[in-house]
Design a protein around this ligand. Structure first.
Ligand code: SF4
Length: 647
């Protein structure tokens, strides 16, 4: 049984794209964002949404009488905040802007509009989550409301005077199961079952206990969280800048750059390895080389982050899993941008962070704190060495690259027939209640974030968590990928919605999808093949639908033969729809995908015995309709034209 904490943690970054894409397509754009700005602002691929908060109405508090709702505190709790409304023409949006608070998806604080009715966009956003992830359809009003009550942990914080229109808007939110907490005197509504606990709570600001306005504000936010029954985890990381997941997607632009490591002008790498318990000094952070004080503004320098961990439950297999967390952990610091991993890491420190005293040692402090906090079950000791001395960077870079190569070979050697168990992932059941990913060495989770080793590590860390081993048992059909164990699990994991799952087929019992998929694979019957649409691709496809429309068909935890959501790296697996002929069935793919994974696809093309295969596959620049696609295939002699019919 999942705890409520699991439910919150199960909401994934990529979901936000789906929410946003479907939302944008089906509504008028809210004010404050033009389409262009959405894509610039909506740089949320690295964010983890762990809850929702809809703040409506304006406040005298924040600005006029200098009460501080402490947006930073809300951000630290990883709560997505929507703003709307005004009091006497003054809006919280104006107030925050004037105070210099950065608004947008980057900071989890999204302005929807200065009028009360703009609260509808927040509720529309919640409704979309029920349609996309709960598999519900427009018109299923009571089910959508119930879904939101059970799974979307939102609440309304009503600041300032509440007039009739605001009462009406708040009543709408309550209907979704979202309680309303007001900082003024208004009639309270105690539990009757519409929301989980109280429906309307009045918490007049002047009557809140607290030594100052800041403390009172914190208690107000805490009350909201309690009334909604949300449990949140706040990291305690000893750095001189604010720290929390809200800052994970933060971009440090050139104008605000103090110093960078990696990218075009210097080298940066990160490497985590295990050692014996007596070889690691827990909490030791050493900087070998100079800090960046002498580097000119907007300059660059080499950097190597080497993390040594030890623990009785630690295994070498977990090294890459833990190493990948460095990206998320470092990114949590406000004013720090981290992109990439291994020897293509690129880290930026902003002027603001440097002025507050952030230095190289703090990278180590962050990693020590976070590895203990998040991976305490397998990690007992953490020691970090930061290399900035160019000779030392070079020396350790060589060692790190040897380790990367070793891991690559090991992962490549791991095939489905060499293991006797796959892993389940039910993390997304917090919003797609009947979806389960079955993760094998040759098929990673559809979000791309969990491969077989990750799931194995996750199971070791949390044996009762969302990743459970699935004993394969008797092989039923290797071509399509049926085992007794996977079928049995599919029934249990999907609560009876699915009775069988074919690991390697798109046409027969394909794996379900929650909505987090990196790509959608879809049958094009006329072409006797499939197209692959990448999440980044907003263009029309030959199927006559965009990614966001297709997502509504592929998601929701239902089996739809001919449609499948997948992780990008499954595309290059030898097991990719191998029941239907594999990669040779791909007749069209998004150009952005074709280009970003060109090297990997070239290897696949050679493996399939047709080095020119990639050039035979159409994309959005060469075929926008089925007719254009067929013409392209004829012209380029695509192999799908001569393969057996797909159905
Ligand atoms: Fe969700 Fe599947 Fe990714 Fe797990 S592997 S987080 S269930 S999409």
């Amino acid at each position: 049984m999942q705890t409520q904490d699991d439910l919150i943690l199960g909401i994934y970054p990529t979901n936000a794209y789906i929410f946003w894409d479907t939302y944008r397509e089906n509504t008028n754009l809210p004010q404050y964002f033009t389409e262009k700005e959405i894509y610039e602002e909506n740089n949320i691929s690295y964010m983890w949404y762990k809850g929702y908060l809809f703040i409506s109405e304006s406040t005298k508090a924040l600005y006029n009488i200098k009460r501080d709702i402490k947006i930073g505190d809300i951000q630290k709790r990883n709560i997505l905040t929507f703003l709307s409304g005004n009091v006497n023409g003054r809006s919280i949006i104006h107030q925050l802007t004037e105070e210099g608070v950065e608004l947008g998806y980057d900071t989890y604080t999204v302005p929807f509009g200065t009028d009360t009715l703009s609260a509808i966009y927040a509720l529309g956003f919640a409704t979309r989550s029920a349609l996309t992830f709960g598999g519900l359809k427009p018109g299923m009003a009571s089910e959508i409301l119930q879904y939101n009550k059970d799974r979307v942990f939102a609440f309304v914080l009503a600041l300032g005077e509440v007039d009739d229109l605001k009462y009406a808007a708040a009543a709408g939110a309550i209907n979704f199961g979202f309680p309303v907490i007001a900082d003024t005197v208004i009639p309270e509504i105690l539990p009757t079952g519409v929301t989980t606990y109280e429906h309307v709570v009045s918490m007049p600001f002047d009557q809140i206990d607290g030594k100052d306005d800041l403390e009172k504000s914190e208690r107000l936010v805490q009350k909201c969280i309690e009334v909604r029954g949300v449990k949140v985890k706040v990291s305690n990381v000893p750095v001189p800048v604010p720290y929390g997941s809200a800052f994970e997607g933060e971009v440090v632009r050139k104008a605000d750059l103090r110093v960078e490591f990696g990218g075009k002008y210097s080298r940066a790498f990160e490497y985590l390895h295990m050692a014996k318990l007596d070889e690691v000094t827990d909490g030791k952070v050493e900087v070998v080389g100079k800090s960046f004080e002498d580097v000119q503004a907007q300059g660059s320098m080499d950097l190597g982050i080497v993390v040594k961990v030890a623990g009785r439950q630690m295994q070498q297999d977990f090294e890459p899993v833990l190493e990948r967390q460095i990206h998320y952990f470092v990114n949590g610091a406000s004013g720090i941008q981290h992109v990439g991993q291994r020897d293509i890491a690129w880290i930026r420190i902003s002027n603001g962070a440097a002025e507050k005293g952030f230095n190289l040692e703090h990278f180590g402090k962050i990693l020590h704190a976070r590895f203990h906090e998040d991976f305490g079950a397998i990690v007992d000791k953490v020691e970090v060495t930061i290399y900035s001395d160019p000779d030392k960077v070079q020396e350790w870079l060589v060692k790190a690259r040897e380790a990367y190569d070793f891991r690559n070979t090991r992962l490549a050697d791991l095939t489905d027939d060499k293991v006797d168990e796959f892993y389940s992932c039910t993390l997304c059941q917090s919003f797609a209640p009947n979806h389960v990913c079955v993760v094998s060495p040759e098929r990673l989770g559809l979000c791309g974030a969990y491969n077989w080793l990750d799931c194995k590590a996750s199971f070791s860390i949390n044996p009762t968590g969302p990743n459970q081993p699935i004993k394969l048992g008797r092989l039923v059909d290797m071509d399509k990928g049926y085992w007794e164990g996977t079928n049995d699990y599919a029934k249990i994991g999907s609560h009876g919605v699915v009775s069988e799952v074919a690991m390697y087929s798109i046409m027969e019992n394909p794996m379900t999808a929650c909505g987090c998929f990196e790509c959608i694979v879809m049958l094009i019957p006329e072409a006797n093949g499939v197209m692959i649409v990448s999440r980044e691709d907003t263009n029309m496809t030959p199927a006559g639908m965009t990614f966001s429309t297709l997502a509504g068909i592929a998601g929701g935890g239902l089996q739809t033969p001919g449609v499948m959501g997948v992780g990008k790296f499954y595309l290059i697996s030898p097991k990719f729809i191998s029941a239907e002929g594999g990669f040779k069935r791909v007749v069209w793919m998004s150009k952005v995908l074709k280009e970003s994974m060109a090297d990997e696809f070239e290897i696949v093309a050679r493996r399939e015995g047709d080095p020119e295969l990639l050039s035979r596959i159409a994309d959005d620049t060469t075929a926008g309709t089925v007719d254009e696609l067929l013409a392209y295939m004829e012209e380029h002699n695509h192999p799908a034209l001569t393969l057996d019919p797909m159905f």
